[in-house]
Design a protein around this ligand. Structure first.
Ligand SMILES: C[S@@+](CC[C@H](N)C(=O)[O-])C[C@H]1O[C@@H](n2cnc3c(N)ncnc32)[C@H](O)[C@@H]1O
Length: 136
């Protein structure tokens, strides 16, 4: 599952100038690191439904690594993924990757993508409600 997501992300990296990606501090996690990070979650048999937040989702590598991991856990039935991402350029890829994992998964997977209207660098006092990315 993650192999495909990494492949599509590499395609995006090839087409998107580094200067553009740097604006958002956009660097992507490698497959090995993403799998390692997904392995760190403590998932117990009582967790039949899991909600996970991917803040600064990029192309969704971390969320997809998580979905790939729970795929092997028979007791998990349902996963809800919430992603925040504020770079317009990567939103379509994020949606495509999540949809790909959703289709590949034998579990009930739902996802939401929120597009922040502010950067982390903007003061918390100027907080704006994020808008939902219309992918559902
Ligand atoms: C270092 S990249 C990591 C991407 C992905 N999580 C990964 O591990 O491959 C950080 C991501 O956070 C996004 N980002 C930066 N500021 C954000 C904000 N205020 N709200 C949502 N996403 C933001 C960037 O556009 C970028 O895609």
């Amino acid at each position: 599952m993650l192999d495909k997501v990494i492949e599509l992300t590499n395609g995006y990296i090839d087409t998107m100038p580094k200067k553009e990606r740097k604006k958002y501090g956009q660097f992507f996690t490698s497959m090995e690191t993403a799998r390692f990070m997904a392995s760190l979650y403590d998932i117990t048999p009582d967790m039949t439904k899991i909600s996970v937040l991917d803040a600064g989702a990029g192309s969704g590598i971390l969320a997809c690594a998580f979905l790939e991991r729970v795929e092997r856990l028979p007791f998990v039935e349902e996963i809800e993924v919430t992603c925040y991402e504020n770079d317009e350029n990567v939103l379509q890829l994020l949606e495509d990757n999540l949809r790909y994992c959703q289709e590949k998964s034998a579990k009930k997977v739902s996802f939401f993508i929120f597009k922040n209207s502010i950067d982390f660098s903007v003061s918390f006092y100027n907080y704006h409600e994020p808008s939902i990315y219309p992918c559902l």
